[in-house]
Structures are given as C-alpha cells and as structure tokens.
Design a protein around this ligand. Structure first.
Ligand SMILES: [Zn+2]
Length: 492
C-alpha cells in the first residue's frame, strides 16, 4: 500500500513540478508498459510509426489517435482481440524493453520477484461500464490497480475533508460490478475508516437503509443523488436522527445546486449542522474518480485530478484539437499508473463547461489540476442524453436539472412515448411530479410547463401530479439499481 505521505508533498507542489512529474510518469508508462505489453497500443504505435521513446510530454501524446468506446466494443466482441487492451507482460518483452537494472532484478529475483510481478500485472478483479445504448465493457484490475484505486479514493476523502478521527461512512451506492460501489468500499479499507456498504435501495429498501443509518450514526453518506435525496426526505418525514452527518458525497451523475440545497434542508431538519455536499466525477475507463473540495452550496471548486495517476486533455469535440486552458471541450483521459485494462487518449464523451485549469484551487489552495464541474454529454457517444422529441433535439440531462432544482417538487419522472403507442404517431412527453407538502397541484403544473418550455424549447404534452408513493414505485426507487428518471417507451 502506498503511503499518503507522498500525497501531502504532491497536493500543494508547484505546478511546474507537477507537470514535470506527470510527463516523466507518462514517458515511463508508455516506454516500459503500454507499448511493450498492450497488444492494442503496440499495434497503434507501429501503424502510426511512432517510437514509444519519442513520447516525453503530454503534447507528444497528441500524435497518438484517440481511443473510443467503439474501439473497446470492437475488441471485446472479437475472440482473438478480447484482451487487446489488457497489459500482458512476458519475460521476452521485459528483456526487450526494460532498462538493465530493472530487468536484471526481475530475471535474477527468483520466486519473490515472480510473485511481485504477478501482483503487478495479473488481473484479479473486474468492473463493467453501465451500458446505456451498448453492451457493457469490462475493465480488469490487478492487485496493483486496487492499490492505485484505494490511494485515489483515500486522497478524495482528504480533499473532501472526510478525514477526522471519528469518521464513519455509509456507502449507499448500489451493489453491482460497477466502479462506484467498490471504489467507496475500498476507500474505507485503505483509510482504515468504518465503512458500511448497504448496497442501496434495491438490496435493503428505504427502511433498512434508514435503520442502518440511525444505528451507525455516520458522519458521511456516499451515494447516487436520486436515492440519497429520497432517503433524506424520508428521514425528515419520519423525524429520524441524522445529527452526526456532516458530509454527503454524491456520485454517478451531475448534481444541480438546487438539489444540493434541498438535501441540506432535509438534513438540517434531522439535526445535522454545517453539512457539505460534494460532487464527484468518475468513470469505469479511468478506474478512479475525482472530487470537489468543500465550498458553499452555490459554487463548485471543480473536480481535483491526480496528476501522477492519470491525465486529462480537453479537446474540441468536432476537430479533436486541444482547446485553451479553461475553455469548454471534451475530456480525453489517459491513465499513466495502471495495469490490467489500460486506455490512453480515451474520449469520454463528456463536455466540460470551463474545461481544465492548473490554477491553484481558490477554496483549498491545492495545486492539482481541476476539471470544471459542469459536464454535458457530447451527442456522438451518448445518444440517449440528447434525444429528439416531437422533432426537437432535447437535452434530457438539462431537463433533469430543471426538475430536480425546483423547490416545489419532491420527485419527478419524464416519460417519452408515442401517441396511442402507434409508431407512426407523434411523440408525447409526459412529466410526472409529486409536489412537496402545501404546494398546489394547479400552480405546480403551470410552473413545470413554463420552465420546461423555457429550458428545452418544447412543451410537455401533459404534466401529471401523482402521490409521492406512486411516483416512487414508478421510479423503482427500491426495486431498480438506478431509478428510472427518463422512460423512453417509444418502439425502437
Ligand atoms: Zn480545492
């Protein structure tokens, strides 16, 4: 296990030093691991006639073509190429590509060194992408990668100030072979802090989760926004004691400020004080996640990146060319510390509004690069987020922000269908809402109509006001891994 001691030197090191460290890690990774051991990238380097030794900086890396989700899918379905993205070292490759001292240590190191290599390079764990429109893609980890993930999450706890002596965490992430559940659990193991994974709503139900929280008296809750919000509202209604909670860490999707404010309101009603709500950004292909540092609810620090473990480029989604620091662009990720399944120049399909900055964080003073917290999906790779309804291109994520932020709304769901279920008929957009106590159904209906129209240039066909329990059942809050916020019932 690597020590957090290195981390404390790193997190506030001068920018030039961090960039130099990142370039050195990148160059060594490409030369000694990626090129020799990755069948896919070896082919790419050879085809493009790029010498691995010529990659010395992030700028040099731009000579390499992007890797896309389609590349991963194409390799996965071809039995001969299934493991093309997995590092596969051998004695011969080590002899051919490693520097003398490192090579001799392996060749002369006997059983102990062989065991070390096995821990470094042999996969022993897998997570999968959550397929939206395509098949899930598997990403393997070696014991080394689990150390890296543990270290990355331990650093997140530090940045999020979830690092007091009495810290107790409840992991509300859905139990699944996905990054989020395991990352949070592993973070508890690495930092030696009490971590209770409930498995989320599908495993324990709302009541089971609330009873667990009341018994364990956590200081920190980690989960997906929809389910965490649902729990807090329920806790408020049942007058549960959440007085020890001071941090809420939310993963897996964007959290609008309006939703953060509603969460704070419910938590305070349950006795919590000075609650901080932190957003995170992570994805399967990075095999780690990045967190905001504590700020007031209406601002965001951006997600702090670990420059020695991986790197982000920000590019124009159309031309693929790099954009200026701080400008909007698509995030492109390269791991520089991992083994197992490795991607370099991976197009995330996430557009960062405000790109990436190396300016020291105005909130915590760390010099780590930060990516802007407002992310949108680019249309090419995430077809479901941008969808045509009644001939108008609608950004569902944006619609979600509008609905989740409205203080009058307790829960909501958007249903897209065809009139009379006839494939040739017009699209219909139904917005289902459960109002908060004391909100008039009529006024809410009018407001939802107006705000959706203003944000999306499309009016809902109907706004249906439902009792909360019925809407929760429609959402599958206790039956689905991820609640069904957007239901597209149109025939495919
Ligand atoms: Zn910060």
């Amino acid at each position: 296990m690597r020590r957090l001691g290195d981390w404390h030197a790193l997190e506030r090191a001068p920018t030039a030093e961090l960039r130099a460290l990142q370039n050195a890690r990148l160059a060594r990774f490409v030369r000694e691991e990626l090129y020799p051991f990755s069948p896919h990238y070896r082919r790419v380097f050879d085809e493009q006639r790029i010498m691995p030794e010529s990659i010395r900086t992030v700028d040099d890396l731009r000579r390499l073509p992007f890797t896309t989700k389609q590349d991963l899918l194409a390799a996965q379905i071809d039995p001969a190429r299934r493991l093309d993205f997995v590092l596969q070292p051998s004695q011969e490759k080590i002899r051919a590509h490693w520097p003398l001292g490192k090579k001799l240590a392996v060749l002369l190191g006997g059983e102990r060194k062989r065991e070390e290599l096995r821990f470094a390079y042999t996969p022993n764990f897998v997570t999968f992408t959550t397929g939206r429109s395509s098949d899930p893609v598997s990403f393997t980890y070696t014991p080394h990668d689990l150390d890296v993930l543990g270290e990355a999450i331990a650093r997140m706890f530090d940045i999020g100030v979830v690092n007091a002596l009495d810290e107790r965490l409840i992991n509300l992430m859905p139990f699944a072979p996905h990054l989020a559940f395991w990352a949070v659990t592993l973070g508890g193991f690495t930092t030696g802090r009490m971590i209770l994974p409930t498995g989320g709503g599908k495993v324990m139900g709302t009541d089971g989760n609330l009873r667990m929280i009341e018994r364990a008296k956590p200081t920190c809750l980690v989960g997906v926004p929809g389910f965490v919000y649902h729990l807090m509202r329920q806790a408020h209604e049942e007058k549960r004691d959440l007085s020890k909670v001071r941090t809420v860490v939310l993963g897996a999707e964007k959290v609008p400020p309006g939703l953060k404010a509603k969460m704070v309101e419910h938590l305070e009603a349950c006795g919590a004080k000075n609650v901080r709500i932190l957003g995170t950004y992570g994805f399967t292909e990075a095999r780690m996640a990045f967190v905001e540092c504590p700020t007031s609810i209406d601002t965001s620090s951006g997600y702090h990146v670990q420059p020695d473990l991986g790197l982000f480029e920000v590019v124009d989604p159309k031309s693929g060319e790099p954009v200026a620091e701080g400008a909007d662009g698509e995030l492109v990720y390269s791991g520089i510390s991992g083994h197992g399944t490795c991607v370099v120049r991976y197009r995330t399909g996430d557009l960062a509004i405000g790109g990436q900055t190396w300016a020291p964080c105005p909130h915590c003073g760390r010099t780590l690069p930060r990516i802007a917290s407002e992310l949108k999906r680019t249309s090419e790779q995430h077809a479901l987020s941008l969808t045509k309804i009644k001939g108008t291109l609608v950004d569902l994520a944006q619609m979600g922000v509008v609905l989740a932020s409205m203080p009058e709304i307790e829960e909501w769901q958007a249903v897209i269908s065809k009139k009379n279920d006839d494939p040739l008929e017009l699209d219909e957009l139904e917005i289902r809402v459960a109002p908060r106590h004391g909100v008039s159904a009529e006024a809410l209906t009018a407001k939802v109509r107006k705000e959706i129209l203003a944000a999306n240039e499309i009016a809902p066909t109907r706004v249906q006001v439902l009792p909360l329990d019925e809407l929760l059942r429609n959402l599958g809050m206790e039956t689905e891994l991820k609640e069904k916020r957007f239901l597209d019932k149109r025939p495919k």
